[in-house]
Design a protein around this ligand. Structure first.
Ligand code: ADP
Ligand code: MG
Length: 318
């Protein structure tokens, strides 16, 4: 099977929302009047972002999910995406599974595959997503103000627990591992919540490298500090962690990474509006801290005592 047959069989579908999709030199997009385009790229490299043994349908889902998560963090509505793919060879069962997982999530979000590039090489998946947001309404990292609450969506820490199971550093019961693994391999991008938070949240970021590190981007961009409740955050781990120690759980929840939840800030006067945004998008939202004028991040337990444990954040070059 040649390059063009492969594209035609697995990735070409009639464009329905975009004026022009796969098959010409460029795709054409038509954002509605008064909207800004929100654009983001994320690359997944075998051995670094995913294990070679992962189910291809789950990998297809995740490749798009991590990109949709960036749109969610900006409060943008997904429109379309492109797929740049390097493949070691033509493996039809793999392509069938990968495209099925990818396009199922795309359909669920009305996000159309409009183009890309396909080449031979070590397995590498790069997606660029395009979304739209009313001009000036995008959620940014720079809007947090002293006194704002810090919120997080969904659950955090599960993906890292699954990774540590794969690494053999911890042990979980089979059922707990299965659900943690699902959170790692098939994250849920919080697209509806992101849009519902427009005009309510003062800042937002999605959690890819770890909650503390990603919250740090908000603090730096906004020129503020914060206090974070380690216990309220660790309580958001959703799987049965058996007898794992507190330090391990805090590491997974606070700096685990790969959660693809939204961390956002909003004034205390908007608590009811935030809860409604969560209800309206069927997404749990939890208050885990407060923005303060003093620079730096202070991590405390429920009693308010300082947590002295050190936390890292994922960085590809450290
Ligand atoms: P060009 O040579 O003009 O860059 P290509 O020959 O690489 O175009 O691709 C042919 C068409 O197939 C283009 O419309 C391109 O966007 C699309 N395409 C290539 N690879 C993919 C892919 N993996 N997924 C979706 N569309 C793709
Ligand atoms: Mg090309």
């Amino acid at each position: 099977m040649g390059e063009f047959d492969l594209i035609a069989r697995y990735f070409k579908r009639p464009a329905t929302r975009s004026p022009l999709g796969v098959g010409d030199d460029c795709a054409l997009l038509a954002p509605a009047a008064g909207m800004q385009l929100a654009v983001s790229s994320d690359m997944l490299v075998e051995g670094r972002h995913f294990l070679s043994t992962v189910d291809p349908a789950r990998l297809g889902h995740k490749a798009l999910a991590v990109n949709l998560s960036d749109l969610a963090a900006c409060g943008a509505k997904p429109l379309a995406f492109t797929l740049a793919l390097a493949l070691p060879g033509v493996d039809e069962p793999w392509l069938e599974g990968f495209s099925r997982g990818l396009l199922a999530l795309a359909d669920a979000h009305g996000c159309e595959l409009v183009g890309g590039d396909t080449t031979r090489g070590p397995l590498n998946i790069c997606i660029t997503v395009f979304g739209e947001v009313p001009a000036g309404a995008a959620l940014l990292r720079s809007g947090a103000r002293a006194g704002d609450d810090i919120w997080v969506s969904g659950t955090v820490g599960d993906a890292r627990l699954a990774l540590e199971m794969f690494r053999g550093t911890i042990s979980l019961r089979a059922e707990a591992f299965e659900s943690a693994r699902e959170r790692m391999e098939q994250p849920t991008p919080r697209v509806a919540l992101g849009q519902a938070l427009r005009g309510i949240a003062t800042s937002a970021v999605d959690v890819s490298d770890g909650l503390i590190g990603d919250l740090g981007h908000i603090l730096a961009s906004s020129g503020v500090g914060a206090t974070l409740d380690a216990d309220a955050t660790t309580a958001l781990i959703s799987v049965d962690t058996g007898n794992l120690g507190r330090e391990v759980l805090r590491t997974c929840a606070l700096s685990g990474g790969d959660d693809y939840e939204l961390v956002f800030t909003a004034p205390a006067s908007a608590r009811e509006a935030v809860m409604q945004a969560g209800l309206g998008s069927a997404t749990r939202v939890t208050r885990i801290g407060r923005i303060e004028a003093d620079a730096g991040l202070r991590i405390v337990d429920t009693a308010g005592a300082t947590v002295s444990q050190r936390f890292g954040s994922f960085d590809h070059f450290i």
